[in-house]
Ligand binder design. Structure first.
Ligand SMILES: [Zn+2]
Length: 322
């Protein structure tokens, strides 16, 4: 479980019937704001006396199937990039109609960054004078996108990224078949569980990673390998950041292997990486890794990508072959 402290605190409030009228969850994309907010809403309505949300009571089931009459999520209208004032008005007027099944009525805005000032002003009254049973939840990537008048009337929870270990643990529990790529994903996700899960579920990512690693495994053998690898990168320039991190993880593993450690990020390729490492000198592997990480941090926006990536891999190939 991530954001455990916040969950405990919220549950304590629910148990003591001291729920705030307005709660804001703030944090980066993929950090788990929406999951936390939905679990909070479900816990408020949950009929269990013990663990909330229980996930099995009639209220929890209604939440899971998107059918709870006292809970709604507010999104922009189709094809709109912002949440219009009309949408906000309609949703928040509804907050003043008493709940049907429970003693709380909950409105959740999962992408509150999409509320402009007029939209926020349209919901201000509900923040100032909420009905006694009303609960408003906002999830926002950037707190600065909310008006001070909104923020001052809400309790704000700023979510922190989870540790790599925590991410790996959650992925292992939920995706036992993906054990080999989990160390990479845990490291790559930067503590953002949403990002890790999305990649874990993506077949496109699995194929991309596997293809890239295959190319890197044969890369030290011939100069042509460097060209093939750079072509692969060139054709997928839109995935540059992801491919770069896959490459970094591979050369990190190669280096680590030369140091005699078996602590691989790409553990599903450990046997192949060990085989490739046999033909590479220890300091050369470290130098190649250094070149790659330097290139990532120093790349200028003006560099011509095709030329830059080809030069980088040829240079790395030369280094690997002493
Ligand atoms: Zn329940």
């Amino acid at each position: 479980m991530i954001h455990e402290d916040i969950k405990k605190g919220l549950n304590h409030l629910i148990e003591n019937d001291r729920i705030f009228h307005a709660v804001i969850f703030s944090g980066a994309e993929g950090i788990g704001k929406k999951t936390l907010a939905r679990s909070f809403a479900m816990a408020i309505h949950c009929e269990s006396k013990e663990m909330r949300p229980c996930g099995i009571c009639p209220s929890c089931i209604k939440h899971k199937t998107g059918n709870h009459p006292d809970y709604r999520e507010v999104y922009p209208e189709k094809d709109k990039k912002i949440i219009g004032v009309n949408v906000v008005r309609e949703a928040f007027e509804d907050l003043y109609i008493k709940p049907l099944l429970s003693d709380k009525k909950i409105i959740f805005v999962p992408e509150a960054d999409l509320l402009e000032a007029p939209g926020q002003n349209a919901m201000l009254k509900s923040f100032e004078e909420p009905p006694s049973y009303g609960v408003i939840i906002l999830a926002v990537k950037n707190l600065n996108s909310l008006l001070a008048t909104i923020k001052s009337r809400a309790v704000i929870y700023e979510l922190n990224p989870a540790s790599e270990d925590k991410i790996a643990e959650i992925l292992r529990e939920n995706y036992p078949g993906k054990a080999g790529e989990i160390p990479f994903l845990a490291s790559f996700s930067g503590g953002l569980i949403g990002k890790a899960v999305a990649l874990c579920e993506s077949e496109e990512f699995a194929a991309l990673r596997s293809e890239a690693i295959q190319l890197m495994l044969s890369f030290p053998k011939s100069r042509f390998g460097a060209i093939k690898l750079s072509d692969f990168f060139k054709e997928r320039e839109d995935k540059e950041a992801l491919l770069f991190d896959i490459a970094l993880s591979f050369f990190r593993d190669l280096s680590v292997c030369k140091e005699g450690s078996g602590d691989f990020l790409n553990s599903d390729f450990s046997a192949e990486i060990e085989k490739t490492a046999k033909n590479v000198g220890r300091s050369n592997a470290a130098k190649a890794l250094f070149l790659l990480s330097e290139a990532k941090s120093k790349k200028s926006k003006n560099a011509i990508y095709d030329l830059w990536i080809t030069n980088l891999f040829i240079e790395m190939w030369e280094v690997l072959n002493g």
